[in-house]
Every structure is written in structure tokens, then in C-alpha cells.
Write a protein that binds this ligand. Structure first.
Ligand SMILES: CC(C)(COP(=O)(O)OP(=O)(O)OC[C@H]1O[C@@H](n2cnc3c(N)ncnc32)[C@H](O)[C@@H]1OP(=O)(O)O)[C@@H](O)C(=O)NCCC(=O)NCCS
Length: 242
């Protein structure tokens, strides 16, 4: 036991937490899984200029960027947009989930050009929600952003950060939101670059490590979901989450 502990401390010292996670994954094989996310908050006061890189622009993107984008909040009655979103969704979420989220009070915004959706993002304000099979609490004046994407043909054109900047400004103004927060996969470099363009900053980490059906949840960073009480805990995983 002492030998294992000594070895673990050595790995932690030389490789950090990823080294431990990597070795656990190797030891436990298919009984191991983990998700690691960054917690980011928006920290700009006025809309910045988002300059799309010319070298990466495709024809579709050039057309999309030639004139300003239209931003729109999608309502339950917007059947056409909801069908289009279901078709475009990178995670293949069913239409029923989109309808459920809208009924629960989640807010969906899209960026459009020539009546076609180019990007989408969801936001929820002043309420708690569950993610990764754990609760997150939002404080007064806090909004959480989720499920953002840009259509593949227009990626790299700065469309998603423009949409996010628009939502932050509108939600902030209309709902007195002063703190905008999101979670992104630590491995998703594209979304981190995108949000960095509009001054979102990493303030913490969240995720879990699961071994033999037991999941260790973590949430750290003083500025990350300040109102969430349960930050480190262990729980058994529901069968349906696999
Ligand atoms: C992440 C995402 C929303 C960014 O949207 P976007 O409008 O392309 O954002 P940007 O134009 O600011 O590009 C951001 C980064 O994407 C990467 N990128 C550029 N061109 C790309 C392309 N053709 N395909 C994929 N990624 C590309 C680059 O790293 C770029 O950063 P850089 O401009 O500093 O080089 C988009 O890539 C996407 O929909 N990804 C799949 C869904 C997803 O991961 N969503 C985030 C969930 S939290």
C-alpha cells in the first residue's frame, strides 16, 4: 500500500493529475471513464471587434460575413427554426429535448444569414441545473451558457463569438445578468479560442473520474459557480448514464 501511495505521489509530482488519470484508465480498462471541463466567465463590458481570419475563410463563410448577421431568440412557436436546429445539432439531440428545454425556461439564440441558421447557443438564468449527473447552482445575476455550435461550413469565421457576444449583451441588459458562465471540454481547443476572442477567462475546472461505477465529482476554482455547495463528492452512477 505504501509503495502504491509513494508511486502515486511521484506521478502526481512529475506529471500532475493527468498522469494519475492516465494510469487509472490503463489499470481499469473499460471500467474507467472521465470528463474534464474548464469553467469560463465572460469579462468584457462592451462588444469587442471580432476579426475573422482571412486565410481561413471559405466561400460560404465569405458570403455569411459580407453583411451583419441576424440574431434571434427561438421561441416554442418557431417550428421552422426548431426543425432546422434538430437537423444541424452536432450532438444529435432530439427535437423533444429542445422543446423540453424551452418549456423549462432555457433560452435559445441563433445567428442567421439569408434565413438560415449558422450558429446557436443556449442560456439559462437565475436557476439551478443538472449536468454530468450533478447539480450546479446559479446565484442571483448569473447566467449559464450551453450547447453552442457553428455550422461546419462557417467555422473559423468568428460567427460563434459574435453570437455569444450578442447574447451576453442582450441577456445582461434585459435580465440584469452581471455574471456569464460556461463549461467547455478541456480538450475542445476550438471553443476555447473562440471564447478567448470575446474575453472569456478560465476560472476553474469541473468534471469527474469514474471507476467501477463510482464517480468522483470535482468542481474547483473560487470564482467557479460560487453558489454551488457540493464541490467534491462521490456517488454511484445510474445505469442509464452509459
Ligand atoms: C467551437 C465552435 C462553436 C467555434 O465556432 P466558430 O464560429 O468557428 O468560432 P471561431 O471562428 O472563433 O473559431 C474558433 C476556433 O476554431 C478553430 N477553427 C478554425 N477553423 C475551423 C474549421 N474549419 N473547423 C473547425 N475548427 C476550426 C480554430 O482553432 C479557431 O481559432 P482561431 O481563429 O484562433 O484559429 C465550432 O467549432 C463548433 O461548432 N464546434 C463543434 C461544437 C462544439 O464543440 N461546441 C462547443 C461546445 S461547448
Amino acid at each position: 500500500m505504501a509503495h502504491i501511495l509513494k508511486r502515486a505521489l511521484e506521478v502526481l509530482r512529475t506529471e500532475g493529475p493527468p498522469g494519475i488519470v492516465h494510469r487509472l484508465a490503463h489499470l481499469c480498462g473499460r471500467h474507467f471513464s472521465s470528463i474534464h471541463m474548464l469553467v469560463l466567465v465572460s469579462s468584457f463590458d462592451s462588444l469587442p471587434d471580432i476579426v475573422a481570419r482571412q486565410d481561413k475563410q471559405t466561400q460560404a463563410m465569405k458570403r455569411a460575413l459580407a453583411t451583419p448577421l441576424d440574431f434571434k431568440q427561438v421561441l416554442l412557436s418557431d417550428e421552422q427554426e426548431i426543425d432546422e436546429l434538430t437537423e444541424l445539432d452536432p450532438w444529435k439531440y432530439p427535437k423533444s429535448l429542445t422543446l423540453d428545454k424551452l418549456r423549462e425556461g432555457w433560452i435559445c439564440f441563433v445567428a442567421k444569414k439569408d434565413d438560415r441558421i449558422l450558429a446557436c447557443a443556449w442560456v439559462v438564468v437565475n436557476r439551478d441545473f443538472d449536468l454530468l449527473e450533478r447539480p450546479f447552482a446559479l446565484g442571483p445575476g448569473e447566467a449559464f451558457y450551453w450547447r453552442g455550435f457553428c455550422v461546419p461550413s462557417c467555422r473559423g469565421g468568428g460567427i460563434f463569438p459574435q453570437l455569444m457576444a450578442h447574447i451576453v449583451e442582450q441577456v445582461g441588459r434585459e435580465r440584469s445578468i452581471t455574471r456569464h458562465i460556461t463549461l467547455v471540454l478541456a480538450s475542445n481547443v476550438a471553443v476555447q479560442h473562440s471564447l478567448a476572442k470575446i474575453a472569456w477567462k478560465v476560472v476553474g475546472r469541473a468534471g469527474y473520474v469514474e471507476i467501477f461505477g463510482m464517480r468522483f465529482q470535482y468542481l474547483w476554482g473560487r470564482e467557479a459557480f460560487k453558489d454551488t455547495q457540493k464541490r467534491f463528492f462521490l456517488h454511484r452512477v445510474h445505469q442509464s448514464s452509459h
